[in-house]
Design a protein around this ligand. Structure first.
Ligand SMILES: C[S@@+](CC[C@H](N)C(=O)[O-])C[C@H]1O[C@@H](n2cnc3c(N)ncnc32)[C@H](O)[C@@H]1O
Length: 315
């Protein structure tokens, strides 16, 4: 099933080209969503190839192509990628991992999920829709320093501290429960001409915190390094600078600091090698699909380090 209303895939061909698919290979799409990238991968696999597609959101499962035996849908957070591959017996490692980070258009369009300031709805924002803290919990329980950190770092908001202080004040009168209650505090603090952009940053910051997106990304990247075969590919689409910095550092150095480690002999211990330059969508794609405007694609290849030979199945 093709589902353009659920989500229009960004840099579709380029991201899948990054995997350099072998027809009989085994691949993972850690962010299935509407299934656009997964379907493109399947179109490049033979009957012997296999694709594992992850999504933590139950809504995404409706987009799984019917009767497609080459696809295994895994309804889970991608941070557990290594455990799942062990569970499925993929001990030889996989040929490629694709990630298209963040939320889908469906999340912004489903009013009741609370991701968009276009609608009044409960302040939820959980991608998995089932356990864990909601955006209302964050707003009502975090202290001022923690809220400030979220708005300044995850939202890159210049007035993040002022906003955190205003939230603490407002909630002492009435706890936050729906989007309008947040807008009533945040909107008057935003310059009119940039109101929408600034509110989008507030919502992005909360969403990242609610879903522990940076922690999950770090764990997934570490897992990908472990489960990729030597020569296997990692193809990642990011949409904001924090994600992009983390992916860039991992591809450069194999860790989030981007600091390259060396062995006793001075050999660089870098498990990945970035391939080519960062790819961004063409002007035409950006016009046709505004969501693609902030996208950046990075591709890397797993390097075989001397002490990693034949250890994929022992990690
Ligand atoms: C940008 S969309 C992917 C769109 C997809 N590439 C397509 O072509 O339709 C991101 C998807 O990843 C899922 N997602 C985000 N973070 C996740 C995580 N940590 N674990 C599992 N799924 C995640 C979201 O629920 C969403 O459906």
């Amino acid at each position: 099933m093709n589902c353009p209303t659920y989500h229009i895939p960004v840099l579709l061909k380029e991201t899948v080209d990054g995997l350099d698919c072998r027809p009989d290979g085994t691949y993972i799409d850690v962010t299935f969503g509407g299934g656009g990238h997964s379907r493109e991968i399947l179109s490049r696999l033979s009957a012997h190839g296999h694709l594992y597609s992850f999504d933590q959101d139950a809504d995404a499962e409706q987009n799984v192509p019917e009767g497609e035996t080459r696809l295994t849908f895994v309804r889970s957070n991608f941070r557990y990628i290594t455990n799942w591959m062990r569970y499925y017996g993929e001990n030889e490692g996989v040929d490629g991992v694709l990630a298209d980070l963040g939320v889908s258009s469906h999340h912004f369009d489903a009013e009741e999920r609370g991701f968009s300031f276009r609608f009044d709805a409960p302040l939820d924002m959980r991608m998995n829709g089932r356990g864990g803290q909601t955006a209302a919990d964050v707003l009502n329980t975090y202290d001022e320093t923690a809220l400030s950190r979220i708005f300044c770092i995850y939202g890159e908001l210049k007035n993040g501290r002022k906003l955190a202080s205003a939230i603490i004040k407002a909630r002492s009168q009435q706890p936050f429960d729906n989007i309008d209650s947040l807008l009533a505090v945040a909107k008057p603090m935003m310059p009119r001409e940039r109101e929408k952009k600034e509110l989008a940053k507030v919502f992005q910051a909360l969403r990242i915190e609610v879903n522990h997106e940076m922690e999950a990304l770090e764990e997934m990247l570490k897992g990908a390094i472990r489960i990729l075969k030597p020569g296997g590919r990692l193809s990642v689409l990011t949409y904001h600078s924090l994600e992009d910095r983390m992916v860039k550092n991992f591809m450069r150095a194999g860790n989030i600091d981007g600091k390259v480690e060396q062995d006793f002999y001075g050999n660089r211990l870098t498990p990945l090698r970035q391939l080519g330059k960062v790819v961004i969508p063409t002007q035409q794609e950006q016009e046709e699909n505004p969501r693609s405007r902030s996208a950046k694609l990075r591709v890397a290849e797993k390097v075989e380090l001397p002490d990693q030979r034949n250890t994929n199945d022992k990690s």
